[in-house]
Design a protein around this ligand. Structure first.
Ligand code: AMP
Length: 249
């Protein structure tokens, strides 16, 4: 069973991003970039499936600038067998990425696609769902467990009232939630091995996909700064202040 895993190069989660002076976007100059954390979980899951003999091949795919090759090498250091980059320096919105991934899925014919539930740069939480819709495949989002049972995937997902378990017919698409697994660290020998693994580069034109943006960002702004909190000595003071000052009781 072949598994396709989508990995996005995003601003590292430890970086505090700054909005550009003209409000046109986020300043990415000299910013540390990493693999989207939910995609690390997706790669880990696929690699564990390969180690368990459930998956036969893990293919990592990314859409973005040439520097995304670094993210794909990390995916291979984590255990992916090979990688494909769809190279584009243009802004790629979720619908464009979903169309590119659909074209790759049609080429590669995987039984399972795993994406992160969301990319921590745009927080869109759209690409996996759009991809499943374009492919007309069953989808299970926010997976906290994933098991393959013959021609089906069994996925549990946390919902408000508890756990929901879904059975999907393969091929299917699953998006990862934090609890699915804890990704391993890359090791130096595996980083060296990953350098030799195949990484193909294609373009949106090769895949006949129009990636023109459909949404326009009107402006971007830092969140308003908040006043510092105060420590009150007891509950009575807290209630009094909530009544008299905040006027919320
Ligand atoms: P989003 O809909 O942007 O929040 O992204 C959800 C998931 O889709 C991510 O966790 C990735 O697995 C995948 N994805 C989004 N953008 C890209 C991209 N440019 N390249 C590869 N995968 C992507």
């Amino acid at each position: 069973m072949k598994v396709l895993v989508a990995v996005k190069r995003v601003v590292d989660h430890n970086v505090k991003v700054r909005v550009k002076g003209d409000g046109s976007g986020v300043d990415l100059a000299n910013t540390k970039m990493s693999m989207n954390p939910f995609d690390e979980i997706a790669v880990e899951q696929a690699v564990r499936m390969k180690e368990a003999g459930v998956a036969s091949e893990v293919v990592a795919v990314s859409c973005g600038p040439m520097a995304s090759q670094e993210t794909l090498r990390t995916a291979m250091a984590l255990g992916a067998d090979r990688a494909i980059l769809v190279h584009s320096d243009a802004e790629l919105q979720p619908l464009a990425v979903a169309k590119l991934l659909k074209a790759l899925a049609e080429m590669e014919q995987p039984s399972l696609i795993i994406t992160g539930k969301q990319a921590i740069d745009d927080d869109c939480n759209q690409t996996g769902q759009m991809l499943a819709a374009l492919l007309d495949w069953p989808q299970a989002t926010f997976a906290s467990t994933l098991e393959i049972d013959g021609a089906h995937a069994r996925v549990s997902r946390e919902i408000d009232g508890g756990l929901e378990t879904l059975r999907l017919e393969l091929p299917a698409l699953v998006t990862t939630d934090l609890r699915l697994n804890e990704p391993r660290y890359t090791t130096l020998p595996n980083i060296m091995k990953a350098k030799k693994r195949p990484l193909d580069i294609v373009t949106p034109a090769d895949l006949s996909v129009d990636v023109a943006p459909r949404l326009t960002v009107l402006s971007m702004a830092e969140p308003a700064s908040r006043n510092a909190g105060v420590v009150v000595p007891d509950v009575a003071t807290l209630l009094a202040r909530l009544r008299q000052e905040a006027k919320v009781l």
